[in-house]
Write a protein that binds this ligand. Structure first.
Ligand SMILES: CC(C)(COP(=O)(O)OP(=O)(O)OC[C@H]1O[C@@H](n2cnc3c(N)ncnc32)[C@H](O)[C@@H]1OP(=O)(O)O)[C@@H](O)C(=O)NCCC(=O)NCCS
Length: 179
């Protein structure tokens, strides 16, 4: 079975929406409105698998730039019937490639799947301190805004320098109880 990853297209959005919706209904990730997917479509990658009968949708993931020194892997979801076959890793690698392409030195993710991200070279961080102020950008629309139980993981893009001319980011909207 081959796995390929490509930038998402408009016609992929119903499948991405359905896939994220499935995992959100399982409590594994935050639901994402279809409008949000369209508005951020250039962040998204789609994975396809081919077992000899032609390519079929296998999952999606997005790299969303938060500030000049950090981007987030978000909306990562592998179709239930093709898990544990390298699709998730391939999607994360596409996000890493994109971060390097645009000169972002750090990738961040909120997740329940710490071990998966560790296998992809990420490190668990202490979310009670030292978090970049921009990583809270989606927390306001999360039902767990207060009492967040996700983990923060990061991966540095070796060889990608922090841009030298970055202004201070706007202040964080940190959920109560985090700091
Ligand atoms: C988590 C998820 C993205 C992993 O994708 P996947 O295609 O099944 O994972 P891969 O086959 O690419 O696995 C890569 C590595 O991580 C490991 N891994 C994957 N899921 C794991 C898990 N839940 N626990 C421990 N290790 C895991 C694999 O064994 C593999 O290890 P290797 O380095 O020995 O090869 C996928 O299961 C998924 O979509 N889950 C539901 C939605 C979700 O939780 N998304 C993440 C939101 S941040």
């Amino acid at each position: 079975m081959s796995v390929t990853v490509r930038p998402a297209r408009a016609e992929d959005v119903p499948l991405i929406f359905e896939n994220i919706g499935y995992w959100a209904s399982q409590g594994r990730m935050l639901v994402r409105p279809m409008q949000n997917i369209f508005e951020n479509l250039r962040d998204f990658f789609v994975a396809e698998v081919d077992d000899g009968s032609g390519p079929r949708f296998a999952g999606n993931g997005a790299m969303h730039i938060l500030w000049g020194d950090i981007a987030e892997v978000r909306g990562l979801a592998v179709a239930p019937d093709v898990r544990a076959r390298g699709v998730g890793r391939a999607l994360v690698e596409a996000c890493e490639h994109e971060a390097r392409r645009v000169g972002i030195p750090l990738l961040f993710a909120w997740t329940y799947e710490v071990e998966f991200f560790e296998r992809c070279g990420f490190t668990l961080i202490d979310k009670t301190r030292d978090l970049h102020p921009r990583v809270w950008s989606e927390c306001l629309r999360c039902p767990f805004y207060v009492g967040c139980n996700e983990n923060g993981v990061v991966k540095r893009m070796d060889g990608v320098p922090t841009p030298h001319n970055l202004p201070e980011p706007p202040p964080a909207q940190v959920p109560p109880g985090i700091r």
